[in-house]
Design a binder for this molecule. Structure first.
Ligand SMILES: [Zn+2]
Length: 83
């Protein structure tokens, strides 16, 4: 269940982020703390659910799934560094 998560601050921009364990390959994924509704559809976005499943899909206000989005995508400072 949703135990493999903790809040921290982005080392690049200082925003609060939620580290979530990817249960598929057991790596930490830095996520934005907002939860989005989505529908699995293979893309274009990647979501990490509270259970640590990584699912590609699209944003959907009526979606039955909830997931976090990678902070790496939304962090301006991170993208400036080209990491
Ligand atoms: Zn950041």
């Amino acid at each position: 269940m949703a135990c493999d998560q903790y809040f921290t601050k982005c080392r690049y921009c200082g925003h609060q982020i939620l580290m979530t364990m990817n249960q598929q390959n057991h790596t930490w994924v830095p996520c934005d703390p907002e939860l989005y509704r989505f529908t699995p559809s293979g893309g274009p976005m990647t979501y990490v659910t509270g259970e640590g499943d990584v699912i590609r899909g699209h944003k959907d206000r009526d979606g039955k799934y909830f997931g976090y989005r990678s902070h790496r995508r939304s962090c301006i400072k991170w993208q400036e560094k080209g990491l």
